[in-house]
Design a protein around this ligand. Structure first.
Ligand SMILES: NC(=O)c1ccc[n+]([C@@H]2O[C@H](COP(=O)([O-])OP(=O)(O)OC[C@H]3O[C@@H](n4cnc5c(N)ncnc54)[C@H](OP(=O)(O)O)[C@@H]3O)[C@@H](O)[C@H]2O)c1
Length: 292
């Protein structure tokens, strides 16, 4: 029987992944590993750790673990490392792949709604403003949120990650570069704006998308509803409803008041599921079926 480890099993993503692994039909043995544990030889492992820990763990463990899935941002822009959402680009994993990066949660929701439209439209520009949940910042941010006087209490905070030299936040830059890599659209213009809001779980984004061609709203809705784990709702969907769901929801689709090649819409999805642990579970399922 194959063994698959969850490294960082006690973090927010690690705990969610423990529950996600129970959905995998192929039998395998799970090893739950925290900071103090010695990591044994494994067929595969998911690193549910932050950037520096993932980088260190990779160097320490690469000769002991067959396939590694990393949740952090550390390897995502490495051209040798596929950045994978199984509904979108499973082909990025090949027989030679040993390390796979799972994308940023906000970017994941965005590209889930862009990918089905690529077949019909040449997408040229996307603007988004995010309304990101506290759980996206891990267990420390959740603890802080539940402490009296937290900055996040009854508030929205227009900074996620750290401010870079060009004035963007690190989260916003992930939105640009990860969108391009996952969709294999290296020239698409991405205008990101990321904000943390006082919602415990499930991210949302307001999106404006531009193509070379005029959009047909009925076709957009149909393409979304035909795509795995994506649903268009004629009703308003809020993060409260997306919490705990595997579906990415889109709603409020409308044509621009002036330009027919621009649409606007709202999306909401569970950042710990499709934005993290569900995506990792789907990658492990793919590895168990094809490579392990
Ligand atoms: N939260 C989200 O919505 C989300 C979405 C997409 C991607 N991600 C990414 O997923 C990763 C995990 O995020 P998170 O939200 O779960 O963070 P978290 O709640 O802070 O969990 C991180 C876990 O890693 C553990 N850890 C650190 N070094 C370790 C080591 N050497 N060996 C074993 N475990 C170690 C920590 O252990 P201790 O408990 O001892 O501190 C902690 O339990 C991050 O890279 C994050 O950017 C998160």
């Amino acid at each position: 029987m194959k063994t698959v480890g969850i490294i960082g099993a006690n973090g927010v993503v690690g705990r969610t992944l423990q529950a996600e692994f129970k959905k995998i039909k192929t039998p395998f043995e799970v090893k739950l590993l925290g900071r103090q544990d010695e990591v044994p030889a494994l067929d595969a492992a998911v690193f549910c750790t932050d950037n520096p820990d993932s980088a260190r763990l990779y160097e320490q463990l690469k000769d002991r673990i067959g396939y590694m899935v990393d949740m952090s941002a550390h390897f995502r822009q490495d051209p040798q490392v596929p950045l994978v959402i199984p509904e979108i680009n499973p082909h990025a994993i090949t027989a030679n792949t040993r390390l796979i990066a799972s994308p940023n949660c906000t970017t994941t929701g965005l590209v889930m709604t862009m990918a089905p439209l690529r077949k019909y439209y040449s997408l040229t520009e996307v603007f988004f403003c995010s309304y990101q949940a506290i759980s996206g910042g891990g267990k420390k941010l959740l603890e802080e949120f539940h402490t009296a006087g937290s900055l996040y209490e009854n508030n929205c905070v227009p900074l996620i990650g750290s401010i870079q030299e060009n004035g963007y936040s690190s989260e916003e830059l992930k939105g640009i570069y990860e969108t391009r890599k996952i969709l294999e659209l290296p020239k698409i213009k991405v205008y990101p704006h990321t904000v943390r809001v006082a919602v415990e779980n499930a991210h949302s984004l307001g999106v404006t998308l531009k193509a070379k061609e005029d959009f047909d709203l009925a076709l957009v809705k149909q393409a979304w509803n035909n795509f795995d784990n994506l649903t268009y709702s004629e009703d308003i969907i809020t993060p409260k409803q997306a919490n705990g769901q595997e579906t990415t929801y889109a709603c409020r689709l409308r044509a621009d008041v002036e330009e027919k090649n621009i649409i606007h819409y709202f999306i909401t999805f569970d950042n710990l599921l499709k934005g993290a642990a569900m995506n990792a579970r789907q990658i492990i399922e793919l590895l168990l079926e094809k490579y392990l």
